[in-house]
Unconditional design. Structure first.
Lengths: 517, 298
C-alpha cells in the first residue's frame, strides 16, 4: 500500500491540479466558457422565486369531449346509424343507439382502423374506452388517451408560460416540466413574484362575441359579467374571432379620449373574419370577452377591414401593458394553479451565504486544530488531505455546474467533519500495528490494508443515504445530497492518494525513527 | 490505554434506552410532531421589522385580524426578525401576500418580507409522503447492505441501533415542539448514514476479533473491540460535532433545526453503536461459529 509508481504520482497530481483550478475559477474572471465556470447558487442563496404550477385539465377534457361529440354525430350520420341523447357527464360521453345497430356500433368502436380511433395506427392504443348497456353507450378517455391529452396541453402551456415569463424579462428563468401536469418556474433575483403570478394565473382566452338584444338567456346565448363588476349582459355563443388570430398587441394612448387602450393587429385570416363580421354588424355591440368576462362592448360604428383595432376598458398603463403581453403570448390551454411558492429576498440570500461561509471557516479551523493537536505531524497530513478534499469537492461542483444551496453548504461543512474519519481509522490502525511490529514500513502498510474494508463500509453507508436523498429530495435538499455524496468520493480520493502518498514518502525517509506516529 | 469495561453497563444502559424509546414513542403518538409548512401546508413569512415598533404580541394581533386561520409568531435569530406561520395559503391570488404586507405595515410600521413560503395541501401531502418514503427506503437500503456484508445477527444489531437513534431524535423534536421540515428529513437520513457508519466500524472489529480469539466469550469480545476502536470513535465524533456546532452557532437560523437534529443524531449514534448494537450480539450469542458457518455457506 505504500508504493506509488511515478506515473500514478503524476496522474494524481495532474487530476488534483485540474479540479482545483475550477475551484479557483469561481474567484477569477476569464472570458472562456471552458475555463471559467462558476458554481450556480440556488434560489435560497441568490434570492428569487420558485413557483410550482399545476394545470387544471378538466376544461380541456370537456372541450375535447364536446368536439368529439360533433365528430361522432357526423360519423354515424355517414354510416346511416341513428344515435341520440348525447350528454357529457363525469368526463364521459353517453349516447343511445337504435336497437338494430348496437352490434354495428360496437364493432365500429372496436375497429382499429375506423375514423373514430385516430390514434390506433400510431400508438396501438385506443383513445377511448367504451362500455355499453342495452342501447346506451358510455365513452371515456382511456388511460393512454388521457396521458396524450395531458402531455399535449402541458407542452402547450409550458410554451405560453415561457413566452409570458420572457416578456417580463426576468434574469435567466428556469422553466421545467414536472410529471404530466405540472410546471416548475424558477425566477432568480425576483423578490416579488406578484406580477408574474398574476400573469400566469390568467388563461387569457380572448373572444369577440356579439351582444344580443334578448332579455333572457336562450339557446345559443350566454349571460356574462362585466370585468369591472358593472353588471351583466347576454351575448351570442358564436365566436366571431378568438385570440388565436392575434398577430400583435401593445398598449397605446387613444388621442381622442386620452385613455390607455390595447391596440391589436390581426393575422390575415383574422382580419378577413373581423372585416366580414363588422361589416354586417354595424350598429351592434361587440363584446370583447377575456376568460369569460366582458372587458368592454363597444358599438361598431363602421366596418373594420384593416385588421387592426383597439380594446378599451378603463385600463391603467400597467394593466394595458399586462393585457397586451397576455394577448401576445397566447392563451393557456387550461387554467394554471400555483400550488407551491417559495420566495427568498436577496438580502436573506446574502445573509445565508455569509453565515454559511462563516460556519465553514470556523468549522474547518476547529477540525484542523483538533487534528493537529491529536496527531501532530500526521495531523498535518490529514489536514492537507482535508484541504485538497475541499478543493476537489468545490472544483467538481463547479465543473458540473451543480447548484449550491444553503443545505449544500451545510453538506460541505459536514464533509469537513466526517472526512477526517478515514485518516483517523488508518492512523489508529497503524498505531496498533506498531505495537507488535518493529519495521515501521510493514506496520504502516498493514495499517492501510487492514483498515480498508472498514473505511469502504463506513463510507458506503453514508453514500447510500446521500443517493436516496438525491432521488427523493427536492430543491435545497437535493443540493445537500449532492455535496454530501460528492464529498464522500473526494474524501476517499484525498485519503488514499494524497494523504497516503505523503505518508509513504515520510515513512520511507524516516523508517528508523522511534515513535513515528 | 486503560481498558474501560463498557460491558458492565450493557444492562443498565439498555434499560435506559428502552425507557427513552418508550417515552419518545409516547410523545410521538400523543403529542405528535410539529410539522412546518413543508408538510402541513400553509404560509410562512420571515420578516424584518423596524427596531422601535414591533414585538411578538403586536405582530400576532395584527395577523389575527386578517382571518388567516391559526397564526404562530416566533422570534427568529435576533429581535427584529420574526417568522410568522399560518394555515391559510392562497398562492393563486397574486395580491395575497401584498395585501398582508400593506395591512401589516399599517399597524406596525415598515416591514421587509425576507422569505415567503406558500405550500398547498396537495404538495405538502406529497412532500410528507416522499419524506417518509425516503427515510424508510434508507433504512431498508442500510439493512440490505449490512445483510450482504455481515451475518444476520450483526444486521439486527445495527438496525436496532438505527431505529433507536431515529426514534429518540424525533422524540426530542416532539418533546420540545421543534419544527419538522424538509431539512430535518435530510438530517435524519444523514443520521442514519452516520449511525450505521459508526456501528460498522465496531462490527468490523468484532468480526476480526472473532476470527482471532476462538476462546473469548462474545461479552468480553465486544468490549475488547469497543476499546480498540474507541479512540477513533471519539475523534470522529468530536470532529463531526465541531463541524456541526459551527453550523449551529454561526450558520444562521435556517440551519438551526437541521444542525440540532444532526448533533443529537451523532451523540445518540455514537452511544447506540456501543450500547445497542453490541448487546444485541451478546444476547444473540454470536460466536466464532456464527461467522465460520456463514463463510462455509458462501
Amino acid at each position: 500500500m505504500l508504493y506509488f509508481s511515478k506515473l500514478r504520482i503524476f496522474s494524481v497530481l495532474i487530476f488534483t491540479l485540474i479540479i482545483s483550478y475550477f475551484t479557483l475559477s469561481n474567484f477569477t474572471k476569464i472570458d472562456d466558457e471552458y475555463f471559467s465556470k462558476n458554481i450556480k447558487l440556488g434560489l435560497d442563496l441568490q434570492g428569487g422565486s420558485y413557483l410550482l404550477l399545476e394545470i387544471d385539465n378538466e376544461p380541456v377534457i370537456i372541450q375535447r369531449l364536446q368536439s368529439k361529440v360533433l365528430e361522432f354525430k357526423k360519423f354515424f350520420k355517414q354510416k346511416d346509424i341513428k344515435v341520440r341523447n348525447f350528454v357529457i357527464e363525469n368526463k364521459a360521453i353517453i349516447f343511445d343507439v337504435e336497437n338494430s345497430k348496437i352490434e354495428e356500433v360496437k364493432s365500429l368502436l372496436d375497429d382499429d382502423k375506423s375514423e373514430v380511433n385516430p390514434y390506433f395506427q400510431q400508438y396501438k392504443s385506443h383513445q377511448f374506452n367504451f362500455d355499453s348497456m342495452d342501447t346506451s353507450f358510455k365513452l371515456e378517455f382511456s388511460d393512454y388517451g388521457l396521458v396524450l391529452l395531458k402531455n399535449s396541453s402541458l407542452d402547450q402551456a409550458i410554451e405560453t408560460v415561457r413566452r409570458r415569463v420572457d416578456e417580463v424579462g426576468t434574469n435567466e428563468p428556469n422553466i421545467l416540466k414536472r410529471g404530466n401536469d405540472r410546471i416548475l418556474v424558477e425566477l432568480p433575483g425576483l423578490d416579488d413574484p406578484g406580477r408574474i403570478k398574476s400573469l400566469l394565473g390568467k388563461t387569457a382566452n380572448l373572444t369577440f362575441q356579439f351582444v344580443t338584444n334578448n332579455q333572457e338567456e336562450s339557446f345559443g346565448t350566454e349571460k356574462l359579467q362585466f370585468e369591472d363588476g358593472s353588471g351583466e349582459t347576454i351575448v351570442s355563443k358564436r365566436i366571431i374571432l378568438s385570440g388565436d388570430n392575434l398577430a400583435d398587441a401593445k398598449p397605446t394612448m387613444n388621442n381622442q379620449t386620452n385613455e390607455t387602450v390595447v391596440s391589436f393587429n390581426l393575422d390575415r385570416v383574422g382580419a378577413k373574419k373581423f372585416g366580414k363580421a363588422t361589416s354586417s354588424g354595424v350598429g351592434r355591440s361587440l363584446a370583447i370577452v377575456l376568460d369569460g368576462k366582458i372587458i368592454s362592448a363597444p358599438v361598431i360604428r363602421e366596418p373594420i377591414v384593416g385588421g387592426s383595432g383597439q380594446i378599451s376598458g378603463n385600463f391603467t398603463f400597467q394593466s394595458a401593458t399586462d393585457l397586451a403581453l397576455l394577448l401576445r403570448s397566447g392563451a393557456l390551454p387550461a387554467p394554471l394553479n400555483i400550488i407551491e411558492e417559495r420566495t427568498v429576498g436577496p438580502e436573506l440570500g446574502k445573509d445565508s451565504i455569509n453565515a454559511g461561509i462563516m460556519s465553514l471557516i470556523i468549522g474547518f479551523i476547529l477540525v484542523v486544530a483538533f487534528m493537529f493537536y491529536k496527531y501532530k505531524f500526521f495531523g498535518l497530513i490529514a489536514n492537507l488531505a482535508l484541504i485538497t478534499n475541499l478543493f476537489l469537492l468545490v472544483g467538481i461542483l463547479t465543473l458540473f455546474e451543480a447548484t449550491l444551496t444553503l443545505p449544500g453548504i451545510a453538506g460541505i461543512i459536514l464533509t469537513v467533519g466526517m472526512a477526517v474519519d478515514a485518516n483517523v481509522l488508518i492512523f489508529e490502525r497503524i498505531k496498533e500495528e506498531l505495537k507488535n511490529e518493529n519495521n515501521s514500513i510493514i506496520a504502516f502498510d498493514s495499517g492501510y490494508t487492514k483498515s480498508r474494508t472498514t473505511i469502504l463500509d463506513a463510507n458506503i453507508t453514508t453514500l447510500i443515504a446521500a443517493v436516496i436523498l438525491f432521488f427523493m429530495g427536492s430543491g435545497p435538499i437535493k443540493g445537500f445530497s449532492i455535496t454530501l455524496g460528492v464529498g464522500i468520493l473526494t474524501t476517499l480520493f484525498s485519503v488514499y492518494f494524497i494523504a497516503r502518498l505523503i505518508t509513504a514518502y515520510y515513512v520511507i525517509k524516516n523508517k528508523h525513527k522511534e515513535k513515528l506516529i | 490505554m486503560k481498558t474501560i469495561y463498557f460491558n458492565k453497563f450493557y444492562k443498565n444502559f439498555n434499560i435506559l434506552s428502552g425507557v427513552l424509546i418508550i417515552v419518545s414513542l409516547l410523545f410521538l403518538i400523543f403529542k405528535g410532531l410539529n410539522f412546518g409548512v413543508d408538510f402541513k401546508g400553509g404560509t410562512l413569512i420571515e420578516l424584518r421589522t423596524d427596531k422601535s415598533t414591533a414585538n411578538i404580541t403586536k405582530i400576532r394581533d395584527s395577523f389575527n385580524q386578517m382571518n388567516l386561520g391559526d397564526v404562530s409568531v416566533k422570534n427568529f435569530g435576533n429581535e427584529t426578525d420574526f417568522v410568522v406561520k399560518f394555515e391559510k395559503q392562497n398562492s393563486n391570488d397574486p395580491k395575497f401576500i401584498e395585501e398582508i404586507k400593506i395591512k401589516l405595515s399599517n399597524s406596525i410600521g415598515s416591514v421587509d418580507f425576507r422569505r415567503v413560503e406558500n405550500v398547498g395541501p396537495k404538495v405538502s401531502a406529497e412532500l410528507l409522503r416522499s419524506g417518509v418514503i425516503a427515510i424508510v427506503l434508507s433504512l431498508a437500503a442500510m439493512l440490505l447492505y449490512i445483510w450482504i456484508r455481515f451475518e444476520w445477527q450483526f444486521s439486527l444489531g445495527a438496525i436496532l441501533a438505527l431505529f433507536h437513534d431515529v426514534i429518540i431524535t424525533l422524540g426530542i423534536f416532539s418533546l420540545f415542539s421543534l419544527e419538522i421540515n424538509l431539512s430535518i428529513v435530510a438530517a435524519v437520513l444523514t443520521i442514519v448514514g452516520y449511525s450505521m457508519n459508526d456501528t460498522v466500524v465496531i462490527f468490523d472489529r468484532v468480526r476480526e476479533n472473532l476470527r482471532k480469539y476462538s476462546d473469548v466469550k462474545i461479552f468480553e469480545l465486544t468490549n475488547i473491540s469497543i476499546n480498540e476502536t474507541l479512540s477513533r470513535t471519539i475523534i470522529t465524533s468530536v470532529t463531526t460535532l465541531l463541524a456541526l456546532l459551527s453550523i449551529f452557532i454561526f450558520g444562521g437560523e435556517i440551519l438551526k433545526g437541521f444542525s440540532l437534529a444532526m448533533i443529537l443524531g451523532v451523540i445518540f449514534g455514537t452511544y447506540s453503536s456501543i450500547y445497542i448494537a453490541n448487546p444485541v450480539l451478546v444476547s444473540l450469542k454470536v460466536s466464532q461459529r456464527t461467522i465460520v458457518k456463514e463463510e462455509k455457506n458462501n
